[in-house]
Design a protein around this ligand. Structure first.
Ligand SMILES: *Cc1c(COP(=O)(O)O)cnc(C)c1O
Length: 358
């Protein structure tokens, strides 16, 4: 008999979340009640007290933030190609053009040199992704953004509570977007947060998420229904109280894997970064065979991401982004989530060694 499989990710949604959902449903105020505002205020503590506006997904957060920043047709926004498709999709949805650039190989984040080389007279912003929970190089990106007077739109979907030079991600850009999808470091089942230090920008996002209305039936702009419900916000509020403990557990699990894994290249962490390990991503020359062997052995893995975004049928571009291509061939992610036991971690290490033929 083989032991039970270790899942690649495991959302922890339990009794406290159920009680919170019950409380909201019993109150009758399931939308536009007090929970969303409370979640926004509590989340602000994670991002140096910036304004927070909750929406119904991370993708909505990216999209509506870009619209509030005035991005539209004729504009270019520089994005990494090595990320989830929502990054570039949110640019394209505004009518602007996503300009795909390469990553730096150590931390899988957008390469500042490639950003600077891609700037044109149409560039209005750069969207770094804090991939896998490791912040992009915000010093270099800030310097480039200042020099060329462009915006920074942070895709922080995978990086709740990650830091760069001690400052939390989400507290750098014109705006940042977080996701609360179930596999992220915390969840509201589905949901997202727009973060900004500009009060007018926050007001614009609030208008856009709710049909352009602040006062009922006095629609000021053309907007969406991107609202978060109070049921979702109640789940998010419970999760927020657990995030710090879960993050520490992810970091402890990663430290164990760093110290013990053989046969793969472990992730590097920049000296300025506090990594929150949304994913623990390794490299190997023999990725597909190794993933197959680990699956066979009951070790959950994920390949984030097998195809450069610019090559997806939705964008269909041919570009020379060698580090992106290499990462797409070499990476896979091992379980690092907070519910791993010591036995699980030992088994992961043993099976990776076996899969590597050691
Ligand atoms: C998950 C994710 C998103 C989108 O978030 P959703 O809540 O699923 O819409 C955007 N960017 C990145 C990098 C992500 O991982």
């Amino acid at each position: 008999m083989s032991a039970q499989s270790i899942p690649a990710a495991k959302p922890l949604i339990g009794e406290e979340e159920r009680q919170a959902v019950d409380r909201v449903i019993a109150s009758g105020m399931v939308i536009q009640g007090p929970e969303v505002a409370a979640f926004e205020n509590e989340f602000a503590k994670l991002v140096d007290g910036r304004h927070c506006v909750a929406v119904n997904s991370g993708t909505s957060a990216l999209h509506v933030g870009m619209l509030a920043a005035g991005v539209g047709p004729g504009d270019e926004v520089i994005v990494p190609s090595f990320t989830f498709a929502a990054t570039a999709n949110s640019v394209a949805l505004t009518g602007a053009t996503p300009v795909f650039v390469d990553i730096e190989p150590d931390h899988f984040c957008i390469d500042p040199k490639a950003v600077e080389a891609a700037i044109t007279s149409k560039t209005v912003g750069v969207m770094p992704v804090h991939l896998y929970g490791h912040a992009a190089d915000m010093d270099a990106l800030q310097a480039i953004a200042d020099k060329h007077k462009i915006g920074i739109f942070e895709d922080a979907a995978q990086a709740h509570a990650a830091k760069w030079n001690g400052k939390p991600v989400g507290a750098f850009g014109t705006y940042a977007a977080f996701s609360f999808y179930p596999t992220k470091n915390m969840t509201s089942v589905e949901g997202g947060m727009v973060v900004t230090d500009d009060e007018n920008f926050a007001r614009q996002v609030k208008l856009l998420r709710n049909q352009g209305m602040e006062r009922k039936y006095e629609n000021e702009v053309v907007g969406f229904n991107y609202r978060m419900t109070d049921v979702h916000a109640a789940v998010g509020r419970v999760q927020l109280t657990k995030l710090a403990g879960w993050t520490e557990q992810r970091q402890r699990n990663a430290a164990y894997l760093d110290a013990n894994l053989r046969g793969v290249t472990i992730p590097k962490v920049a000296s300025q970064a506090e990594h929150v390990y949304h994913q623990y991503t390794v490299r190997t020359d023999d990725r597909d065979a190794m993933v197959a062997k680990l699956t066979e052995a009951g070790i959950g893995t994920g390949v984030y991401y097998p195809i450069p975004n610019h090559e997806l049928p939705s964008f269909g571009l041919t570009l020379d982004l060698p580090e992106t291509a290499k990462a797409c061939r070499e990476v896979f992610s091992l379980p690092v989530h907070p519910s791993l036991s010591t036995d699980d971690l030992e088994r992961i290490v043993t099976e990776v060694s076996k899969a590597a033929g050691l």
